[in-house]
Design a protein around this ligand. Sequence first.
Ligand SMILES: Cc1cc2nc3c(=O)[nH]c(=O)nc-3n(C[C@H](O)[C@H](O)[C@H](O)COP(=O)(O)OP(=O)(O)OC[C@H]3O[C@@H](n4cnc5c(N)ncnc54)[C@H](O)[C@@H]3O)c2cc1C
Length: 338
Amino acid sequence: MSYKITLQPSEKTFAAEVGEFIVDAAHRQGIPLPYSCRDGTCGTCKGKVLSGEVKHDHYSSQALSDDERKDGRALFCQAQACSDLVLELDLGNSAVQRLPSRVDQIDNLAHDVMRLFLKLPTGKKLNYIAGQYIDIIMSDGRHRTYSIANAPRDDGMIELHIRNVEGGRFSDFAFHHLEQKTILRIEGPMGAFYLRQDSTRPLLLVAGGTGLAPIKAIIEAAQQAGDKRKTLLYWGVRSKRDLYFEETVKQWAEAEHITYVPVLSEPDADWQGRSGYVHEAVLKDIADFSQYDVYAAGPPIMVSSARNSFLEAGLPEAQIFHDAFEWALDTQAAIKKD
Ligand SMILES: Cc1cc2nc3c(=O)[nH]c(=O)nc-3n(C[C@H](O)[C@H](O)[C@H](O)COP(=O)(O)OP(=O)(O)OC[C@H]3O[C@@H](n4cnc5c(N)ncnc54)[C@H](O)[C@@H]3O)c2cc1C
């Protein structure tokens, strides 16, 4: 048995089976509902139920408060339909496309980070907003998600920053077998992590490791739009060698409105800068979070620590946007089974 789900304002519809999470049902049918943690903890998939009934599996009250539930809000990564539904959810931009892309350039940016430039077929363009991500579809059909590291370019080139994860299926393939001209199938754009340009609040950007990729795209988008809001960029990595893109980051910080703070969690002996976890450095520096729009991307533990501690310190929930770099669903399932 399935229920009909209608999205407003787009009027898109899809079917959700009994017991199926709404985000999973939508993605199965090619509708890019935003999500990140898939665990009811981050709030990226939150929207409003305009009519009908949903039931939730587990979720964090930090991501969905009792008041929000009473107001009809739901977390669609953990909500299942109990009737036909009408949901209010902004899909951001256009539909997800599946395209072939060709590896145009490969650069080693650090001991464990590579940069890929992907070229789309002539006449094709991925219509995305800076900060969103794509999936790479591997030859066995598995999906791996990567943030697009550049704002849209006239030549349509897509930049990715990929960390080498030990034992990782795609990263192992990328670091050992990928060559120029390899064809990669991609699907996107997806995600709700993009610069809200209707706000004039200063930006507080917090990146962990390759979480710098979508933050880079957002900085480029702000530059393209002539947006000179005060911007604080905190980049947390283990040690100096992990600051894989620092020359460019330092160039951004030459602009008067951008301040860059690298934070090392395992500092080298000669490091004179900030040490510790990146969210803790932010907490030490910021007295009034309510002034800022916060964008955080990187490892799930970093993103959830930043989110929870900043909210506790007074950041309004509507002013934080994030992408947590969770393992793929098949990897999470395999780890649980072992
Ligand atoms: C929104 C989003 C954006 C992202 N953007 C980026 C980005 O810009 N750059 C980036 O580098 N990453 C990004 N990621 C992470 C990326 O999608 C992948 O999860 C990551 O690259 C690892 O994929 P993999 O195939 O190499 O590893 P996987 O094969 O998924 O393995 C991951 C880890 O799990 C271990 N593992 C696998 N199976 C088992 C098992 N059965 N038991 C125990 N351990 C197991 C592996 O050994 C490895 O350590 C993003 C993720 C999300 C959700």
